[in-house]
Design a protein around this ligand. Structure first.
Ligand code: 15L
Length: 265
């Protein structure tokens, strides 16, 4: 497949792009910054909140699919979050409709349901329950995907990623870790699964301590292979562990992240 990857120079993009190339796909990078050294494929420098820049990238070569990773990974004001996550998603989906590209894979986040309290297993059908404006942006981006799936028949998979890290760094990560290799497996499955319509999966590895439902991902062909437990003896207990275990979003559910929706001068 020829896949446009937004945020291709970011932390996930730098792992995913070579991973997709290794698996026989062609990658077209799109980012606000120039291509990283060694990038293998065509490159477009632009902001995917800019519909003209997005359409220009689509005009440059035929595409089979889009993987949308671009977006500010941190908490911001509400308007910034809406631009970063929702406007970018809409610009890409509009270009897909116009260019007849029908597969969209999105780096959503656990923070779309981050205020969900700890329970045995969190379903992908848990109600949207963001913990931050960042999470609100992810919820709204997923809603735009659902709309375009229903209106235009686009297959759109929202991967609610946990903690994408080389190795787990905290007790929470022992449940929420997404390894680099599993991330590539997850995105490739989301790109190639047959006719998912609008679908949601939790983007974590096969962690012994996982409490977010991995079955919807398996039904889409995502079979995680790694387990954070392998690193458990390297992680010391910390006083924040109990608080971080109380909600899906861990620290994002805390007062440290409380801020007004709008920045004022
Ligand atoms: C995310 O979605 C964030 O972008 C990242 O900064 C981490 O907070 C991660 O989730 C997580 O929950 O560990």
């Amino acid at each position: 497949m020829r896949v446009l990857v937004t945020g291709a120079a970011g932390s996930i993009g730098r792992v995913l792009c070579p991973g997709l190339v290794d698996r026989g796909h062609e990658v077209v990078g799109f980012d606000r910054v120039p291509e990283p050294e060694g990038f293998d494929g065509a490159w477009h420098t632009g902001d995917c909140a800019d519909a003209d820049a997005v359409f220009a990238a689509f005009d440059a070569q035929p595409l089979d699919a889009v993987v949308h990773l671009a977006g500010n990974p941190d908490e911001t004001s509400l308007p910034e979050a809406l631009t970063s996550h929702v406007v970018t998603t809409a610009a890409l989906l509009d270009a897909m409709v116009a260019h007849k590209v029908d597969r969209f894979v999105y780096a959503s986040s656990n923070h779309a349901v981050g205020r969900t309290p700890r329970r045995d297993s969190v379903s992908v059908d848990a109600r949207p329950r963001p913990d931050t404006f960042y999470g609100v942006g992810k919820v709204a981006a997923e809603a735009v995907m659902s709309l375009y799936a229903d209106r235009y028949g686009i297959d759109a998979v929202a991967c609610r990623i946990g903690s994408f890290l080389p190795v787990p760094e905290s007790t929470r990560n022992l449940a929420t870790w997404l390894s680099h290799d599993d991330c590539v497996r997850m995105i490739e499955a989301s790109l190639t699964t047959t006719a998912p319509g609008f679908a949601v999966l939790y983007g974590i590895s096969a962690n012994t301590r996982a409490w977010w439902d991995l079955e919807p991902g398996r039904a889409l062909g995502y079979h995680p292979q790694d387990d954070a437990e392998e690193f458990a003896d390297r992680i010391a207990a910390d006083e924040k562990d109990a608080f971080e275990a109380a909600h899906v979003g861990g620290p994002f559910a805390g007062e440290r992240f409380f801020r007004p929706a709008l920045d004022r001068a």
